[in-house]
Design a protein around this ligand. Structure first.
Ligand SMILES: Cc1cc2nc3c(=O)[nH]c(=O)nc-3n(C[C@H](O)[C@H](O)[C@H](O)COP(=O)(O)OP(=O)(O)OC[C@H]3O[C@@H](n4cnc5c(N)ncnc54)[C@H](O)[C@@H]3O)c2cc1C
Length: 309
């Protein structure tokens, strides 16, 4: 264990962790950020909808953010956190190679993983012709022919949203029985429904080819789908006794019912977008800063209202 006592250890160096690091560094806090470098959006390579950084590569965004934040003394550690647990009134974060870090607070911003449905060929095209987020990717393929895969997580709302980018939409239900209401939404959006089961998906010069089990092949400029996500909270077990951190998040600043633990980014109660993740990192950092001032200077700040779950 390093002898150093950090004000905050940040777990995760995506937009949320980096946003928190910038605020805390500029608040003159002693901060270490530990990151394993495999972000949720890495498959896409580039990122949209970030002011002044629209279309930037993720690697470049991260490198420039680190360079900016380093000016404020934040330490960056490239490693994987394997546990975070309380020890008295401190938290101990253990990383695989670098050992243990003791801190007064932890901002947990490790993100979520998208669970790609088990359709042959789909995973290989993830982020390259197969997408989840219309706001992130639809503009680049605007006016094309879009498929919406609604076989895993119903996507009728996604299909309707995509009408902002194209009027040529096909909904692939993959033989899932569509409730009447869902069919109504799709019909109202002018979306064609194909009920056949999907056999596989492959790259095609026009975008993506979808092989159906009846032998027919459909080609699309892009295929969109809703995915289930998996919270990356393994290092918090067994301290965290809930399925994920949204269950224990107590306010919009990322405080949680676990003492000294804050959440930011996709893992919190957030719209899952990079700019929102960065903003939530800033909010969590401000909560940390205020709570440390409360601790160091009793009576200096108003008491927090009771936590709202
Ligand atoms: C394919 C795809 C494309 C997307 N494109 C866009 C886009 O164009 N624009 C947009 O606004 N949003 C986009 N998003 C959404 C965006 O990626 C997320 O909202 C955003 O990355 C969330 O930021 P975050 O910091 O919470 O998590 P992440 O960016 O996922 O970062 C989490 C970080 O924590 C690290 N980590 C995880 N576990 C550990 C551990 N145990 N120890 C150490 N480090 C750990 C990871 O390595 C990762 O670096 C896209 C999502 C996907 C899936």
């Amino acid at each position: 264990m390093t002898a150093e006592l950090y004000d905050t250890v940040i777990v995760g160096g995506g937009p949320a962790g980096l946003g928190a690091a910038l605020y805390l560094g500029r608040s003159r806090r002693r901060v270490a950020l530990v990151d394993s470098g495999d972000a949720r959006n890495m498959a896409a390579g580039v990122m949209h909808n970030m002011l002044t950084n629209d279309g930037v590569t993720i690697a470049d965004f991260r490198a420039r953010a680190r360079a900016e934040i380093s000016r404020y003394g934040v330490e960056f550690v490239d490693d994987e956190v394997i546990s975070v647990a309380p020890e008295g009134d401190r938290l101990v974060t253990v990383a695989k190679e670098s050992g243990a870090f003791r801190s007064r607070t932890v901002i947990y911003a490790a993100g979520v993983r998208s669970k790609v449905p088990d359709v042959p060929g789909l995973a290989a095209l993830w982020g390259k012709g197969v997408f989840e987020c219309p706001y992130c990717h639809a503009y680049e393929v605007r006016d094309g022919h879009f498929g919406v895969y609604g076989g895993a997580v119903p996507g009728e709302c996604l299909a309707a949203t995509l009408t902002a980018w194209t009027s040529s939409l096909t909904y692939l239900s993959d033989r899932r029985e569509l409730p009447e209401e869902e069919q109504g939404f799709l019909t109202a959006s002018g979306v064609k429904i194909v009920p056949e089961k999907i056999a596989s998906v492959a790259a095609h010069p026009d975008g993506v080819a979808v092989d159906l089990t009846d032998g027919s092949v459909l080609t699309f400029t892009a295929l969109f789908l809703h995915m289930d996500t998996e919270p990356r909270v393994e290092p918090l077990r067994p301290w965290l006794q809930a399925a994920d951190l949204t269950e224990v998040q107590t306010d919009e600043r990322g405080r949680t019912s676990l003492p000294r633990l804050y959440v930011a980014g996709d893992l919190g109660k957030n719209m899952q977008q990079a700019a929102m993740a960065a903003a939530s990192g800033g909010l969590a950092a401000m909560a940390v800063n205020a709570d440390l001032i409360r601790e160091d200077r009793p009576g200096a700040l108003y008491d927090l209202p009771p936590a709202a779950h």
